[in-house]
Design a protein around this ligand. Sequence first.
Ligand SMILES: Cc1cc2nc3c(=O)[nH]c(=O)nc-3n(C[C@H](O)[C@H](O)[C@H](O)COP(=O)(O)O)c2cc1C
Length: 258
Amino acid sequence: MSSSSCFCFSNLFSCRRSRKHNSKIVDEANGVGNGPCIKKVFKVLAISGSLRNASCTHGLLRAAQKHAQNDPSLRMEIEIVSVDEMRSLPRLDPGLAVKNEKAGKGQNYYTYPAAVESFIKKVKAADCIIFSCPEYNYSITGVLKDALDWACIGPDNAWTGKAAAIMAVGGQDARGCRGTYHLRQIGVKLDLNIINKELFALHNPKSNEVIFDEKTGDLIDDQGSKNHPAAKINSRVKTILAALLQFAEKFPIDHSSD
Ligand SMILES: Cc1cc2nc3c(=O)[nH]c(=O)nc-3n(C[C@H](O)[C@H](O)[C@H](O)COP(=O)(O)O)c2cc1C
C-alpha cells in the first residue's frame, strides 16, 4: 500500500482536510505504520454529455454509482449531475457572469445564473470527475462543452488539478474515442488530470445486442452471468472506477478555500 493512499497519523494535511469537510474516511484498522490506516472516501462528480431522457451515458453513470455503493473498497461517493440539471444550464454567455465589485476577501467575486452557481459548487466540492461522453460528429456535445466552460470562467477555474476519467460511447466503430480526444484537449487548458489510457470505449449500435433499457437508458441486468453482454460492460465500469480511485490519490484537492 502506498503512503499516499493511506492516511496514518503523521499525514496531517489529509487529516485536517477530512475533518473540515466532513468527508468520510474508512478505518481499515490494519495497523500499518504507527497506527490504524485511515483511508479517504473520494467525492466523485459524474457528468454525462447527453440530454436524452433514455441516455445510455447517464445509464452508465448510474451503473457506476451502484458499484461504488456496493463495493466499499472503491472508496467513492458518486454524485450524478442529472439530465435536468444539465438541461437547466444556459448556453455559455460570459455576460451572464456578473462581477460583484463590493465582494470582500473570500467572498464570491462573480454571481452566475442559479443553475450555473449550483453546478460550479458541485465541481468545486468534488475530489475527482468521471465523464460519460457520447460522441457527436467526432466531438463532444454542445452541452458538455458549455458545462466545462461555465465552471472555468471568472477568477476561479473549478476544474483545476482534479483527476478525471472518461467513459466514451459512440454509435460507430471508433467507440466514441474521437470525441474523447477533444475532451482531453480541453482538459489540458482546464488543468484537469485525465487518465490517458482509453479504459472505457463502447460501440453502442442501435440494433444488434441490447445492452441498455430503451426507455430508461439503464444498463440491463446481467442476471449474474459472466457471458451476458451487460456483464462485460459492468466489468469495464468497475475497472475504470478502480483506476480513477488510484489516480485521484495522486492529485489531492485542497478544499479549504471552497
Ligand atoms: C447529432 C449526433 C451526432 C452523432 N455523431 C456521432 C459520431 O460522430 N460518432 C459516433 O460514434 N456516434 C455518433 N452519434 C451517436 C451517439 O454518440 C450515440 O448514439 C450515443 O450512444 C448517444 O449517447 P446517449 O445515449 O447518452 O444519448 C451521434 C449522435 C447524434 C445525435
